[in-house]
Structure formats: structure tokens, C-alpha cells
Design a protein around this ligand. Structure first.
Ligand code: HEM
Ligand SMILES: [Cu+2]
Length: 536
């Protein structure tokens, strides 16, 4: 046990990181259920106003700093070395140190619950001067700020290790333009962590100093300064929370359509333009402040449609003519793409200043980002889990339970978040513990709360599936899906140094598919070369 916590095997570190992130997903989900219980009726009394603020802040910040972002790094840390044919990661101790910093960061953040003032209360982005010592005194908030700071530093270290691995440890023949699709999504993510997370460390450190007497972020200008700094990190991070899950969905689609991912070069270019654009759009969070040039940020934000459109062309190209098998991983992957479309379409609305004046601070925004984060990223995550579980454990997840899990999540997410689009359009503000009686609002809020319950049942079915599949194992073998990338070449689970037999020739981003196609071609030729009648 202790050995597993100090191991420098990238797979062990990634698994520990992933399991802890999964725990935080469940914890963040419990906070979400408390929010939805409070909002099930107008004038709810389940939580006090103060507790409500703490709960929605801890829900958002647990989900972002302790679940989606670290989980995307865990996937990268586990899979990238296997996909590029590396025996180990570069700088494993840096990754291990990062893991421990993140663990302590998370625990410190949650320790705010032990204080009478409660933990973070000012939303996951903690705008100053509301988060200053004047308005939010108490050490619970200090723990939140320090915890986020430490977790961010830890995630930077993990990202450095993954980036160095890609730079230094690719197998012979694995050129950058032969790296699998998932590895590309992981590469841009870790580069964005390295580029943008230092800003989060700076902002949180400044906020801490501000809270203890320096008063850096005072008055309106101080608030605009804080927001500029924060969103310079805050927008790129949404892509860190998106790319690797897109990679999971893309790999699951390619494997279950028995075709290589269509439009590889366009995909790589779209990843690059996504990441470059993402550091130029932060002001779209600040349209209503009047402190940024709205036209510029609206323009760059709307440009994001171009790379996003490419992903959808690639998806359709891969599906067309494929021999499609509707396994659970495929269902989640398609769910990812379809639901992300709603997230993206509502994003076009919020990227337009005139329309955003109406949507700003309302449930429309809450629905928009949950369609990207929950209905998007989380579905991509589950596609990845069902796809790679056999590689990581040697056992398959149960398909029947998987499909129940999928259906519950599909119904649950849409029931939860679609009514919020309408509520937001109709003017219901976010971050309120109570709403007045208003025609239609209670019904829509009730549907949303019931939806959250359905999601909870779906997640319980998933956890049960994990337990059942590990207890009564159905052996998966090394390559249950006719995999296309190098992780399917090694045993399940992979040995300490990843590959025991020599790697196959790496001829493209789908080397195992190349191998199968060549074998089929040779067999065909051998058949043709046989003299007529020889088979009689
Ligand atoms: C069971 C599923 C979920 C439900 C029912 C849910 C519900 C909610 C609700 C109702 C709010 C608005 C609170 C308010 O403004 O008063 C909220 C905020 C938020 N949620 Fe979720 N959520 C879920 C899952 C997720 C996931 C998976 C993520 C991220 C990966 C996430 C990230 C956030 C963030 C960042 C906020 C903003 C918090 C803030 O305003 O500071 N949620 N959620
Ligand atoms: Cu943004």
C-alpha cells in the first residue's frame, strides 16, 4: 500500500491520481445534490444562505480543481507513455511530487469545513474584492486559497513530466505526426497547463497577500484587474478540461467503427489553433464590466467555431462507412459529441456581447457550462473508462450495467440542465439560495432536481459496475477491441516497464491497424498467387 503511494511507475501515480479524482467527483456530486434539494421549491429552507454559498463554491471548485482537471492529467499520465511506446515517463519524481502537492492542496481546500466561517464562499473564481479579508474573513477561505494554490502547482509538475516524456521518450519511428489522437489532445492540454496555471498560482498568492493586509484588489479597478488575471488562466483551463476527453471519445469512436480517425492532419491543426485561440479569449467573461474591448474578445471567441467544426467533420468522416459496434464506450463517445453541441451552441450566444448582457449571471450560463463539462467532458471520460478499463485491469466492465449507466446519465443530464437554459433565459439568476414564486419556475426547477437524482442513480450504477467487474472478473485479454495504438500491443495490465516484446514498426498514428491491414493484404495476395484448382 505504502509502496504504491511512493511508486515512480507512471501507471501507479496516474491510477492513484485518477481514483482520488473520482472520489472528488462523487463528493462534488453530493454538493450538487444539496444545491438541487435547496432549489427544488421556492423559498427552500434546507440550507442557510451562508451554507448555500459555501456549498455551490465547493461544488464548482471541487469539480474543477479536484476532478475534471486532475482526471485529464491522470489519463494523460497513464496512457501517453504507452501510446508513444515509452518504457517510463521522464522525470517520474517530478510527477510523484506533483501528485502529493495536489493531494495536500485538495485536503487543505476541504479542511475549510472545519472552520466556523466555512470554506470558500465566493464562487470557484473567487472574485476580489468580495473574497478579500474585509468581506470574507475567516480561515476557511484562507485554506481554500492556499489549497487551490498548492493543487495548481502540483498539476503543473505532472504536466511537465508528461510534456517531457513526449519530447524525449517517443519510440523510434514515432514522429510527432504519428502520435495517436489521444496523445495529441494530451500534449496540447499539458502545454496549456504549463502556460496558464502559473497565472492561477500568481492570482491565488496575490489574493492571499491581499487578504492579509496588502489590499491589492480594492475598488472597481481592482476587481477588473483580478478578473483579467484570473480569466487568463480560467479560459485555457476549460480546454484542459475538454481536450483529453475529446481524445477519449475520438479513440473510442475509431475503435468501435473499426476505422482510423478521419482527417488526422486537420485534427492536429485544430488542436493547435484551439490552444492558441484559447489564450486570446479570456475577456468574454468580462463583457459586462466595460473593462475590456468587447468586439475583440467576441471575435476571437466566435473564431473557436472553426476548430470545433473540424472535430465534427472528423467524427462524421470516421463514422461514415465504418463497421460500427454500439458498445458502451461508443454510446458515451457519441453522447459526448451530441451533447457538447448544445454546450457549444449556447456558447455562441454567450460569446456575443449583446446577447450575453441578457444571459450574464443567469442560469443560462450554468446550463451552458454544464452542457460542456458534464454532458461533454464527463461523457468523454466515461467513454475512456469503458474503453481502457480492460487495459488497466485486465478485466472487462459489464456491458449491460454500462448501458443502464449510459441511459440514466443521458436522461439525467438533459433533465437537469435543459430546464436551466429556459430558466436562465427567463431571468433566473445563478448563485441564489432562494427564488421567488414566478410562473413556470418551480416546475422547471423540479425537473432539474429530479434530473440530478437520476444522474446520482446512474453514477451509483457505474460504481456498482466497477465493483462487480473487479470481483467477478471477465478476462479481457490484451486487445479486446482490435485496438489501433501501441497500448494494445502490451499485456493487460501492462508490466512495470510497459513493453516486454519488441514494438511493431510504427508507420502511422494507428500502427496496429496498419499491421492488420498488411497481414490481410498479404493473405489476399497469397490466395491470388495459388495456382487455380490448388485448393481442391
Ligand atoms: C450531478 C451533476 C451536477 C449537478 C446537478 C450540478 C448542479 C449545479 C448547480 C445547480 C449549480 C449552480 C449553483 C448556483 O449558481 O447557485 C452548479 C454550479 C457549478 N457546477 Fe455543477 N452540477 C453538476 C455537475 C458538475 C460537474 C461534473 C462540474 C464540473 C466538471 C460542475 C461544475 C460546476 C461549476 C464550476 C459551477 C459554478 C460554481 C460557481 O458558481 O462558482 N458541475 N452546479
Ligand atoms: Cu471562457
Amino acid at each position: 500500500m505504502i509502496g504504491s503511494l511512493t511508486s515512480t511507475d507512471h501507471k501507479r501515480i496516474a491510477l492513484n491520481l485518477g481514483l482520488m479524482s473520482l472520489f472528488y467527483f462523487v463528493l462534488g456530486g453530493c454538493f450538487a445534490l444539496m444545491i438541487r434539494t435547496q432549489l427544488a421549491v421556492p423559498g427552500g429552507t434546507f440550507l442557510s444562505d451562508q451554507k448555500y454559498n459555501e456549498i455551490f463554491t465547493m461544488h464548482g471548485s471541487t469539480m474543477i480543481y479536484l476532478f475534471v482537471t486532475p482526471m485529464s492529467l491522470a489519463l494523460a499520465l497513464y496512457l501517453v507513455p504507452l501510446q508513444i511506446g515509452a518504457r517510463a515517463v521522464a522525470a517520474p519524481r517530478v510527477a510523484l511530487t506533483g501528485f502529493w502537492m495536489w493531494i495536500f492542496g485538495g485536503l487543505i481546500m476541504q479542511s475549510g469545513w472545519l472552520s466556523t466561517g466555512g470554506p470558500g464562499q465566493d464562487g470557484w473564481f473567487s472574485y476580489a474584492p468580495l473574497s478579500s479579508g474585509t468581506y470574507t474573513p475567516g480561515w476557511g477561505m484562507d485554506m481554500w486559497v492556499l489549497g487551490v494554490d498548492l493543487a495548481a502547482l502540483g498539476m503543473i509538475l505532472i504536466a511537465v513530466s508528461v510534456a517531457l516524456t513526449i519530447a524525449r521518450h517517443r519510440a523510434p519511428g514515432m514522429t510527432t505526426l504519428r502520435m495517436p489522437v489521444f496523445t495529441w489532445t494530451a500534449l496540447v492540454s499539458v502545454l496549456m497547463v504549463i502556460a496558464a496555471f502559473p497565472m492561477l498560482v500568481v492570482v491565488m498568492s496575490l489574493l492571499f497577500i491581499d487578504r492579509h493586509g496588502a489590499h491589492i484588489f480594492v475598488n472597481f479597478q481592482g476587481s477588473v484587474d483580478y478578473q483579467n488575471l484570473f480569466w487568463f488562466f480560467g479560459h485555457p483551463v476549460v480546454y484542459v478540461m475538454f481536450f483529453p476527453y475529446l481524445g477519449c471519445a475520438a479513440e473510442a469512436v475509431a475503435a468501435n467503427a473499426h476505422k482510423r480517425w478521419f482527417g488526422y492532419m486537420a485534427f492536429v491543426l485544430s488542436m493547435m489553433s484551439f490552444s492558441v485561440l484559447s489564450v486570446s479569449v479570456w475577456g468574454h467573461h468580462m463583457f459586462v464590466t466595460g473593462g475590456v474591448t468587447n468586439q475583440y474578445f467576441a471575435f476571437t471567441s466566435t473564431l473557436l467555431i472553426v476548430p470545433a467544426g473540424i472535430e465534427y467533420f472528423d467524427l462524421i468522416g470516421t463514422l461514415l462507412g465504418g463497421a460500427i459496434v454500439m458498445r458502451t464506450a461508443m454510446l458515451f463517445a457519441l453522447g459526448f459529441f451530441v451533447q457538447f453541441l448544445i454546450g457549444g451552441a449556447s456558447g455562441i450566444w454567450t460569446a456575443s456581447p449583446v446577447l450575453d448582457y441578457h444571459a450574464y449571471g443567469s442560469y443560462f450560463v450554468v446550463a451552458h457550462f454544464h452542457y460542456t463539462l458534464f454532458a461533454g467532458s464527463v461523457f468523454g471520460f466515461f467513454a475512456g473508462v469503458y474503453h481502457w478499463f480492460p487495459k488497466v485491469t485486465g478485466a472487462r466492465l459489464r456491458e449491460g450495467l454500462g448501458k443502464v449507466h449510459f441511459v440514466l446519465l443521458l436522461i439525467g443530464t438533459n433533465a437537469t440542465f435543459f430546464p436551466q437554459l429556459i430558466l436562465g433565459y427567463d431571468g433566473m439568476p445563478r448563485r441564489i439560495a432562494n427564488y421567488p414564486t414566478h410562473p413556470g419556475w418551480q416546475l422547471l426547477n423540479d425537473i432539474s432536481s429530479v434530473g440530478a437524482g437520476i444522474i446520482a442513480v446512474g453514477v451509483a450504477v457505474f460504481l456498482a459496475n466497477l465493483v462487480v467487474s473487479l470481483r467477478r472478473r471477465e478476462a479481457a485479454g490484451d486487445d479486446p477491441w482490435e485496438g489501433q495504438t501501441l497500448e494494445w500491443w502490451t499485456t493487460s495490465p501492462p508490466p512495470r516497464f510497459n513493453f516486454e516484446r519488441p514494438l511493431p514498426p510504427i508507420t502511422s498514428y494507428a500502427p496496429l491497424l496498419d499491421l492488420r491491414e498488411r497481414a490481410a493484404e498479404l493473405a489476399e495476395r497469397a490466395q491470388e498467387a495459388q495456382p487455380r484448382g490448388a485448393e481442391v
